[in-house]
Write a protein that binds this ligand. Structure first.
Ligand code: NI
Length: 168
């Protein structure tokens, strides 16, 4: 089991990435433009913020993994109000892979991160926490706007991604 730890931790990151994409796909019509408060970010901006934070942390801590990212998937600014869900999906999928590769690469090399974190795996844990925080904000913003995603629709693609065992 101990030798399975790195693959299991990277799997947890991949699941986190999958369930965020599932949330994006479940957004109701116009959901990307919803805000929790008048001055707060749109759902679209929260998603591009998540993308941007992933890339910023890799840039600060393991920059050698950034060149694998296509230039058009790198945001010009942190809170881009991108309204094309397909583009947001491409951005999130690409940045998730960059994080996966950076954490895997530095961990396997036994190499510390450049700026933050006592261990490369802490970056992965930090990002899962950060994205869960914003996931809840997105769900609440939709609810406040009267566009809540029903639990029975959201559950299989979010909680189920964490908890369901793969068929053996
Ligand atoms: Ni944030």
């Amino acid at each position: 089991m101990v030798s399975d730890l790195l693959p299991a931790l990277l799997d947890s990151w991949d699941r986190n990435s999958t369930l965020l994409l599932n949330l994006l796909r479940l957004l109701p019509e116009g959901g990307l433009g919803v805000r929790a408060t008048a001055s707060g970010p749109t759902v679209a901006q929260l998603l591009t913020h998540i993308h941007s934070v992933r890339l910023s942390l890799v840039a600060e801590n393991a920059p050698e993994f950034l060149p694998s990212l296509p230039p058009d998937l790198s945001p010009a600014e942190e809170w881009t109000d991108e309204r094309d869900p397909a583009q947001i999906e491409r951005m999130l999928a690409a940045s998730a892979q960059v994080v996966h590769d950076a954490v895997q690469g530095r961990t396997q090399a036994g190499q510390a991160m450049n700026l933050h974190y006592d261990h490369p795996l802490l970056m992965l844990q930090h990002l899962i926490w950060h994205e869960g925080y914003h996931h809840g904000q997105i769900k609440l913003a939709l609810k406040l706007a009267g566009q809540a995603i029903a639990d029975e629709d959201a559950g299989p693609g979010t909680w189920g991604v964490w908890m369901n065992k793969e068929p053996k």
